[in-house]
Design a protein around this ligand. Sequence first.
Ligand code: HEC
Length: 164
Amino acid sequence: MLLCYLLVASAVEAQSSLARELAPLERLQVENHIYADGQGLPVGSGTAQQGLTLYANLCASCHGNRGQGGSALELVGDRALLDSEFPDRGIAVYWPYAPTLYEYVRRSMPPDKPYSLSVDEVYSVVAFLLQINGLLADAEITVDKKFLSRLEMPNKNGFITSDR
Ligand code: HEC
């Protein structure tokens, strides 16, 4: 009986040592998702005009000052589709939805500082990326949840769904 009690007690102890408070960054990672249709995009906005300086300061060192690539891949390119001989990884070809571009930048870029940009900063830098890809009519357009949810990316239908 005593042995049984000890086993239960140690199991409870083991379980409680697995449970812990999430750190603020982990909380952001698991609690707030942004979906392809724009669900989950936060309230806020930015323009390509505002994004230009941010991009120059935080992104250009790796991706080139106009997104042409550098130590990291290009963000702008020609528009060779993914099933062509030399597919292009530019945003206009590689991203079927604009809201997930927002999600990617906020949770991954710059690589050493995920989630470091404010909501408006992410909108601004995404606006700049859309502009240099020729997907924004002018640099002063307000890019926000509504705009990104409605934006039709040029290669939206160039992807197939996989069960993997
Ligand atoms: C220290 C270098 C570095 C900096 C600075 C940096 N990136 Fe990146 N970025 C990368 C690397 C490396 C990848 C590829 C990651 C991978 O494929 O897993 C990447 C990938 C990306 C992609 C996905 C490209 C694609 O089509 O697959 C986007 C978009 C992007 N970065 C945007 C940004 C933005 C916006 C900033 C500034 C806020 C930024 N990056 C700053 C290194 C960097």
